[in-house]
Design a protein around this ligand. Structure first.
Ligand code: COA
Length: 549
């Protein structure tokens, strides 16, 4: 048991609570709606999939995972509203990625969503793959991939938005580089080649450690029949060029030959079953549920962001027994630090009840050092408008103390998890371990806002700068100039509000997904296990990865 029981002062019968809960519920629904639209696009492909004798991507996923076990989907709304996506129907980066159990082992799972844009490789697809690989390096989890993709997105629509510009081409190549490096780090990658795997798609499969081929379905080649004919004049069927039989019996590109989709997944599960078991966590106490209902997490965050939110109200609904051993609670309660347990596992929590003062930065940095010393994972519940500004705090060394906090976070050696609860602005966003400070996972509540500062503040800054310029040059602005300045500041404010919004940020992978606040404890528990196991995994490194001989 860690610490005294927190008494939450949240009035769950009050009007404010009800209004907050309605706001949050509606916001969660917006995320679910995007995910639903994606699934509808996939479902619409069902008749074609059946005609071709194939399972839909999510059906493949269901057969892969151990029945009744959790699957934590990552970056579900990646690409929402980007490029040609309007309402989420084609979001997701043409991939389903996540962490789940296969044959009793925790695995990273990648299912290529061939039912959306042919499962093609797009800029969002590449970003999502790179993020998954980053997670693989950190968590050391095996990767199971159910592959089927039309390869690089060559459609005219995409060409218009330049997806295969130099940056994406290079980033796309990094995926292959890292596939090779993961193998060398001893992280096994098991792939079922369910269908088309042309050019880059072929390497996506061929760089895997284990390949399962599917009879009459796998089409694995550097150039498909049309390109071959165009390039060399040679005519060949897809089956002759890169069918499962040919690869299994002649080229030796795969190790296992499956009869169909389901059989391929069965073989993948058998391959995983011969991998070592997950390490056993020993430092785990019996779990005591929180004394407050997690349902109440819905009613904490207000639509009006100027209203205060008490971190303790959130912590009381997340941690075992609502027990929290606050660290230096008498020193600047605006920054909350303390020890607790979640799912029986030790965790050091940092959160905010406002901007971060010099004293608070010191307190937090000291707390992080203690957690580092005792290998205690850190959980950041981020809700800050940033570091406090002004003459008084500058004289107290705000810059050096905030730099110290950034230093402590960046160099803490234990695992870090971050939940962006609400405000996540400026250097405070960095110091409270947003993506930039490289925690293992960053999740967001729908109410999260990430930006260098709030829209209104940024607009005010630019107004002052412009007015200063006018004064220096002796310009007395006329009506038109003043109107233009009003328009510009309005635009800055609006623009920053748009780009800091949670759906916008999550679509661009600034986090690993938006969660329903009610799921926070379950998610943190699952991810704590994942990152603690990572420290116990002992992958066997080689100099070059496993090569197919
Ligand atoms: N770029 C853009 N869109 C692609 C694509 C590509 N490389 N490959 C497939 N698609 C799209 C199709 O236009 C179609 O879009 P729609 O759903 O809006 O109609 C969708 O993906 C499904 O493709 P379709 O051809 O209808 O399905 P299929 O099951 O009959 O065939 C493939 C799938 C992958 C075999 C076939 O589309 C193909 O040969 N694609 C080109 C593969 C290639 O040479 N890639 C090299 C890229 S470097």
């Amino acid at each position: 048991m860690t610490g005294p029981v927190l008494e939450s002062s949240l009035d769950v019968n009050g009007e404010g609570f009800q209004a907050n809960a309605e706001y949050m519920r509606a916001y969660v629904e917006r995320v679910r709606d995007i995910e639903r639209k994606q699934r509808e696009t996939e479902q619409a492909y069902l008749p074609r999939a059946r005609q071709a004798g194939k399972l839909l991507p999510r059906e493949r996923l269901a057969f892969l995972l151990d029945p009744g076990t959790p699957f934590f989907e990552l970056n579900s709304i990646a690409g929402y509203g980007m490029y040609d996506d309007q309402d989420g129907s084609t979001s997701g980066g043409n991939l389903i990625t996540g962490i789940g159990y296969v044959s009793g082992r925790r695995c990273l799972v990648v299912v290529w969503n061939y039912a959306i844009k042919g499962g093609t490789i797009t800029p969002v697809n590449v970003k999502k793959l790179l993020r998954l690989q980053e997670i693989a390096f950190r968590t050391r989890l095996p990767i199971v991939q159910l592959h089927e993709s039309g390869g690089g997105d060559l459609s005219a629509k995409s060409m218009a938005t330049d997806p295969w510009g130099p940056a994406t081409f290079t980033e796309g190549g990094r995926v292959y580089c890292q596939l090779a490096q993961l193998s060398a780090r001893g992280i096994p990658q098991i792939t079922v080649a369910h269908g088309n795997a042309t050019a880059g798609g072929a390497y996506q499969v061929a760089l895997s450690d284990y390949i399962v081929l599917v009879q009459e379905k796998t089409q694995l080649f550097l150039a498909g029949p049309p390109l071959l004919k165009a390039g060399t004049g040679e005519e060949a069927t897809a089956e002759e060029l890169g069918g499962a039989e040919m690869h299994a019996t002649v080229a030796g590109t795969g190790e296992y030959l499956a009869a169909d989709d389901r059989d391929g997944i069965r073989i993948a599960r058998e391959i995983v079953a011969q991998l070592p078991l997950d390490p056993l966590l020993t430092d785990v106490e019996p779990v005591e549920p929180p004394r407050y209902d997690s349902e109440e997490l819905l009613g904490i965050y207000p639509e009006d962001r100027k209203k205060p939110v008490m971190a303790e109200d959130i912590i009381a609904r997340l941690v075992d027994g609502s027990r929290f051993l606050a660290f230096k609670p008498e020193i600047d309660p605006g920054t909350v630090c303390g020890h607790a347990r979640i799912g029986g596992k030790r965790v050091g929590i940092l959160s905010n009840n406002g901007p971060i003062t010099p004293q608070a930065a010191n307190k937090a940095a000291q707390f992080i050092q203690l957690c580092d010393q005792s290998y205690t994972p850190l959980l950041f519940l981020q809700n800050t408008t940033g570091f406090m500004v002004g003459t008084e705090v500058e004289r107290r060394g705000q810059v050096k103390h905030s730099a110290k906090l950034i230093q402590a976070v960046a160099n803490a050696r234990g695992p870090k998890l971050t939940i962006l609860v609400g405000n996540a602005y400026g250097a405070g966003n960095y110091a409270m371990a947003s993506r930039a400070l490289d925690p293992e996972f960053v999740l967001a509540w729908p109410t999260a806002r990430q930006a260098l500062m709030g829209g209104a503040q940024a607009a005010k800054v630019m107004r002052i700068v412009t007015e200063g310029k006018w004064a220096r040059k002796g310009i007395k602005p006329d009506k038109e100039q003043k109107k233009k300045l009003d328009d510009t500041t309005g635009m800055i404010e609006f623009g920053l509000e748009v780009i800091s919004e949670s759906l916008y940020c999550s679509a661009r992978l600034m986090d690993d997904g938006i969660i329903d606040p009610r799921d926070t404890r379950i998610v943190v528990d699952f991810l704590l296990e994942t990152v603690l196991e990572a420290g116990l995994r002992k992958p066997r490194e080689t100099s070059h990865g496993v090569q197919r001989l």
